[in-house]
Write a protein that binds this ligand. Structure first.
Ligand code: PBG
Length: 325
């Protein structure tokens, strides 16, 4: 069928028809909102490179959880800023660590909120790398045990799901067995399976104070030039027991999201990261783009590429926009 019998505009005439044939939708319950938790009381500090996002102390989390739920957002992911850092990142698995306290507070104040935790050492090590060092090298196998202890301590504090973001080889299996041995076989693992060594993490490293003090993360995070390697990384994580596969960042890697969606039958998550958020906020502040529309279009593109779940600093704003439209 060709023009003039077939006219694509026929189905675009009005919003009822457009909505009837819409292929992709954003829903608040498939978005995860990141929270940065810091020591102290009554603290709520704006992050300059991420307008609208704050670091906050544990006592502020109840209020924050209520705002998320009011916007339809049912999941958060926690990042912690510890009081002290050391070479082994021991604050990551401390029983009374910042994230462990945050989990207890959230579970107490908002029991139905799905509390996910980022499992990594970079916020807790004094050198800022995601694992422990031997010389100047991030040592894979000694890091695994620390990551497993961290994930277990999150589960013990009441976390609903753990999300390892360190990119060490073998960490999903190590975390799965640590959880299972301690009767946490029902805690899912959302693996940052395909995480690239990206310049888009810049604002996050200011927010979470976790920039590496020397070198970079290219010996463990993926080379942005590679896509077939992404399939191999994802395959390993499936074999090791991941429940959800994540791609990160999102917009510059829509092709990767799409390939994972086609090749794997696990749910796919995508992390719309700090730099991606900051660029939209900055251009909107200058009046160069319509911030709300670019937000919605960007998040929609991530869904259309094949992500079920989106981790995004826009979650609350987008949730509110969806509820009011
Ligand atoms: C920790 C971690 C990072 C992000 C999530 N977990 C930083 C990094 O790998 O350097 C980035 C998130 C963002 O930029 O929004 N490893």
């Amino acid at each position: 069928m060709v023009f003039p019998e077939y006219r694509p505009r026929r189905m675009r005439q009005n919003e009822t028809l457009r909505a009837l044939i819409r292929e992709t939708r954003l829903v608040p319950e498939q978005m995860i909102y990141p929270l940065f938790v810091m020591p102290g009381k009554g603290k709520r500090e704006p992050i300059p490179s991420m307008p609208g996002i704050h670091r906050m102390s544990v006592d502020q989390l109840g209020k924050e959880a209520k705002e998320c739920l009011a916007a339809g957002i049912r999941s958060v992911i926690l990042f912690g800023l510890p009081d002290k850092k050391d070479p082994m990142g021991s604050g990551a698995h401390a029983k009374d660590g910042i994230v462990q306290r945050a989990i207890r507070e959230l579970k107490n104040k908002a029991p139905h909120l799905n509390v996910v935790t980022d499992v990594c050492l970079c916020e807790y090590t004094d050198h800022g790398h995601c694992g422990c060092l031997i010389g100047n090298n991030v040592d894979n196998d000694t890091t695994l045990e620390l990551l497993a202890r961290t994930a277990l301590s999150h589960a013990q504090a009441g976390a609903d799901m753990v999300a390892p973001s360190d990119m060490m080889d073998g960490r999903v299996a190590e975390i799965r067995s640590a959880l299972d041995e301690n009767d946490y076989h029902m805690i899912p693992i959302m693996s940052y399976a395909v995480k690239y060594a990206s310049a888009f993490y810049g604002p996050f490293r200011d927010a979470a104070d976790c920039a590496p003090q020397f070198g970079d993360r290219r010996s463990y995070q993926m080379d942005p030039a590679n896509s077939r390697e992404a399939l191999r990384e994802a395959t390993l994580d499936v074999e090791e027991g991941a429940d959800i596969l994540m791609v990160k960042p999102a917009v510059a890697y829509l092709d990767i999201i799409s390939r994972l969606h086609d090749d794997f039958d696990l749910p796919i998550a995508a992390y719309h990261v700090s730099g991606e958020y900051a660029m939209i906020k900055a251009a909107a502040e200058k009046g160069w783009i319509d911030g709300d529309r670019v937000m919605a279009e960007t998040l929609l593109s991530i869904r259309r590429a094949g992500a079920d779940i989106i981790l995004t600093y826009f979650a609350k704003d987008m949730g509110r926009l969806l509820l009011n439209s």
